[in-house]
Design a protein around this ligand. Sequence first.
Ligand code: PLP
Length: 400
Amino acid sequence: MDFFAPRMQRFKPSPSQMASARVRDLQAEGRDIIKLTAGEPDFPTPDHANKAAIALMEKNEIRYTPVNGTLPMREAAQLKFKRDNDLDYGLDQLTAGSGTKQILFNALMATVGAGDEVIIPAPYWASYPDMVQLAGGTPVIVNCGQNNLFKMRPEQLEEAITENTKWLMFCMPSNPTGAVYTPDEMRTLADVLLKHPHVHILTDDVYEHLIFDGHVFSTFAQIEPKLYDRTVTCNGVSKAYSMTGWRLGFAGGPKEIIANMCKMQSQSTSGVSAVAQAAAIAALEGPQEFVKERTANLQHRRDILFEKLNAAKGLQCDLPDGAMYIFCSCAGTLGKTAPDGRVIENDTDFTMYLLDSVGVAVVQGVAYGLSPYFRASFVAPEDDLVRGGDLIIKACADLT
Ligand code: PLP
């Protein structure tokens, strides 16, 4: 008899964590590895957020917190949604969790069961299908090709909807492609959703502020007020404020759904750490200008890596409009032979070849539901982007 529960068979461990383990093994052997795998910005926590956390500790006010977040936390989320998204949420329509990931997890666990379908545009953040499966539902993957910059077309959405569809999970800017839908593109998707009132929308807006070249962020409840009553808008402080380790996410949505998300959280982690909430409140309510400066810095690093990847034989990528990643095609390397005799048959082979031959780590596209691609993060020191890019060019030139 297997000791582990059947639910453990329904999902996989995170692929990027597996890739990180391989990098650690090579580093332990003394290899110099350039990591283009980071899933978090490398800026420090804003000073005013650190100070707010320290002040709370000095007051010794660190107790259990309400499951849906402290009142000041919900007020800060309320202010943020109004300021950034022109969305009005009552304090009973808001909740906080230990990261956007927990918020998404709560929403799925609270609503999805056997027979329920959740539409997930691919390439997707690797956790989505596994979370849906863990909840007992069925992910319905919609393949969004590079020919439309990895964005879902309205007719694809229409085709994926059935009477069993519970949610559309929608991440924008996208991890792993950086795709940003224009407000017009959002409008055409919203028009499809309006025709299907049983479909709810779970947005993952965690990369909202990492947006380049003057592109504009929008989210469904804002684009179409008629979708407000069936949208849960999720966000967090991880990417915008570079506060990944604080573990703070939040959401606004219909009262009943939010209450059920809290019910789920109440029997797992309960309220988020008081210290994390104090820091998040300061970040959300404090100055916002520095976020733009950081984003401009990321855009500069994006441009360095973009130029290098497109200069490599067999690789081709488009400029991402947001997030922190380039999703690059390696189709032109397939079928080629490496100097050590191995043949590149898929994107996993290609990424392993890069790692073994020139010591550059990226993540294979298959982990995000689309091949043959790889995800390269431009959150790395500029020197690493230049050196790593040149090594990728060399590795590609060595294929015959
Ligand atoms: N959503 C996406 C698309 C992500 O890429 C990540 C982190 O990489 C998260 C959510 C997790 O965010 P948080 O740190 O707020 O849990």
